[in-house]
Design a protein around this ligand. Structure first.
Ligand code: FAD
Length: 149
């Protein structure tokens, strides 16, 4: 089985993972973002339908973007927020791979880096960023059950 190699691997394409990726692009660091579902999935399917941002549009928008159809003082619904994260990823051309779940992470023995098992094969990364969020239920199993080393 072939092993894909990458300098940095970001797990999760929510706000944090996308922001990290944008900074890595800016710094010229080769990397990949893995998202088990869709970009900003938590905003799409893991919030009440009626949720709106708790900050006004001028505050909750990513740099260089606007919420089309919403004034700066309006509170934007969750779907529009998710759309804006997707638009941001597209605009900055972030290397996001959706539909790939990280199953386990293992620190390499005797050399730097990590071996990451995903639903789509194995990836070796020198650096790893866990941006998997914190809003999970208590009964959820650990996201990285095998971070060893
Ligand atoms: C009710 C509520 C209201 C909120 N209101 C606001 C608001 O108005 N404005 C605001 O700015 N913030 C708000 N927040 C906070 C905001 O939702 C979170 O701070 C933000 O989503 C955290 O971003 P994140 O990238 O850390 O994590 P998440 O958004 O949780 O993203 C993590 C991503 O990682 C993915 N992932 C997880 N495990 C794996 C895996 N093993 N492999 C691959 N991918 C994986 C998930 O699918 C997900 O897409 C609110 C939160 C809640 C709960």
């Amino acid at each position: 089985m072939s092993v894909e190699k990458i300098e940095a691997l970001v797990v999760g394409a929510g706000q944090a993972g996308l922001a990290m990726s944008a900074h890595l692009v800016k710094c010229g660091v080769p990397h990949l973002v893995l998202e088990r579902s869709r970009i900003a999935e938590r905003w799409r399917s893991e919030r009440w339908d009626s949720l709106v941002a708790n900050g006004p549009a001028w505050h909750d928008c990513y740099p260089g973007l606007e919420f089309p159809g919403y004034g700066p003082d309006e509170f934007v619904p969750k779907e529009k927020i998710a759309d804006s994260f997707e638009a941001f990823a597209e605009k900055v051309k972030l290397p996001v791979r959706c539909g790939v779940e990280v199953k386990s992470v293992r620190k390499n023995e005797g050399r730097p880096g990590f071996r990451v098992e995903t639903s789509d094969g194995v990836i070796e990364a020198r650096y790893l960023v866990a941006a998997t969020g914190r809003s999970r239920s208590r009964s959820s199993p650990p996201l990285f059950p095998k971070v060893l080393g």
